[in-house]
Write a protein that binds this ligand. Structure first.
Ligand SMILES: C[S@@+](CC[C@H](N)C(=O)[O-])C[C@H]1O[C@@H](n2cnc3c(N)ncnc32)[C@H](O)[C@@H]1O
Length: 217
């Protein structure tokens, strides 16, 4: 995204979340499924550097910090509104010393500039690609910042075509209100990226394809 696009998209995200952020964690736990599955599969054994791109309210970062006490955590989000909630939740959980946040665009990642670090051992993209217009670029950027043995973990909406039609159409109109578009060719994109970067992809459909989880290592 260009600088101007990035600013406009950030303003859109602020508009979407300025009120929603107050009820985000409470409501999203019922339909952003698969986030805990991703966290369980991060497989962190030491003081790994974990970056969540588009971290929202910090819900995942807090859970990762609690589950993996040695990990060093970083989060970026384009929405300054979401970052207000994230900072406050992280402080409430006594984790401000372990989790650093910065405002940034997933499509233009510079870890050096944002956090003065050179790479991340785990990069997480959780229900964010479906809100990022140039989501293919966000995936490329995520691979770019991975350390040599690093892993990229992605969870997002699937096609939901095995679920009842009425449920699916209500969900899709609800998602459209929030500028969310499921990325149905996620697996193809991740396959291409894994090949280009000489890494391996594992990919799973979860909960009757409500959600999809991909990992590049
Ligand atoms: C549905 S929320 C997901 C938040 C969190 N990852 C989770 O799993 O709960 C999507 C987040 O993506 C952020 N976002 C959208 N486009 C972005 C971009 N280009 N760069 C960084 N963050 C972005 C939004 O501001 C929002 O916080």
């Amino acid at each position: 995204m260009t600088q101007l696009d990035s600013q406009t998209h950030g303003q859109l995200m602020d508009a979407v979340y300025c009120k929603q952020r107050h009820i985000y964690d409470l409501t999203r736990k019922y339909y952003l499924l698969g986030r805990d599955h991703l966290i369980e599969h991060l497989d962190i054994t030491d003081d790994a550097v974990v970056l969540e791109v588009a971290c929202g309210t910090g819900r995942n970062l807090i859970s990762i910090a609690q589950r993996y006490p040695q990990a060093r955590l970083y989060g970026i989000d384009i929405s300054s509104e979401m970052l207000v909630s994230a900072r406050s939740a992280i402080a409430k959980n006594g984790l401000s010393h372990r989790i650093q946040l910065a405002q940034g665009d997933a499509c233009n990642l510079s870890l050096k500039q944002l956090f003065d670090i050179s790479a991340a051992d785990r990069v997480v993209l959780s229900y964010s690609l479906s809100m990022i217009p140039d989501w293919e670029e966000a995936l490329r950027q995520a691979i770019k910042v991975l350390s040599r043995d690093g892993q990229l973990h992605v969870v997002d909406f699937g096609n939901q075509d095995k679920l009842p039609g009425i449920f699916r159409s209500i969900l899709h109109s609800w998602l459209a209100r929030f500028h969310v578009a499921p990325r149905l060719d996620l697996q193809q994109q991740m396959t291409g990226l894994a090949q280009k970067s000489d890494r391996q992809l594992s990919f799973q459909s979860l909960y009757r394809d409500y959600a999809r989880y991909g990992m590049i290592a």
